[in-house]
Design a protein. Sequence first.
Length: 176
Amino acid sequence: MSDEAHVYDLPELSERARVTPRTVRYYIQQGLLPAPGFTGPGAKYGEGHLDRLRLIRRLQQAHLPLAEIRRRLEVLSDPDVRELLAAEADATAERNSGSAADYARGVLSAMAGPQVSASGVPSPPLPPAAERSQWERISLTPDLELHVRRPLSRGHNKLVERILAHARRLLEEEAP
């Protein structure tokens, strides 16, 4: 019997994916998972559902919000999802089997290549300015900072200056 022939009820799917049945229902409601053929106690889920749950978990581990995960998943077919999971498993095995120098070379080459998330899901390319940007940390108080990605356009620079001026006025008002 092939993997494609496997069908699961909700408790089996949840156990295999290490999520709660409530999570599965929520993901279906949010459009992260396709609905089963029919609903109710006899609903059956396939390997595609399980694969998508596993990919969702990996994308969440990469700190992606559910809206971004949904956006990425909606363009992927079940074979695409399975291929991404297999490619990530291969990449993980390769990373774990090499030396530290091999790992560093892989990271550096990945930085120079196309943008791909840790799970292998393609990310939209960064705009040219973001590729060569730096974050500036502006301290307002010992416990409060503003982080700004530079370079900014002239209009955004003016906006940052206005935000800083307003924040400093507010902080002066609150000072004891």
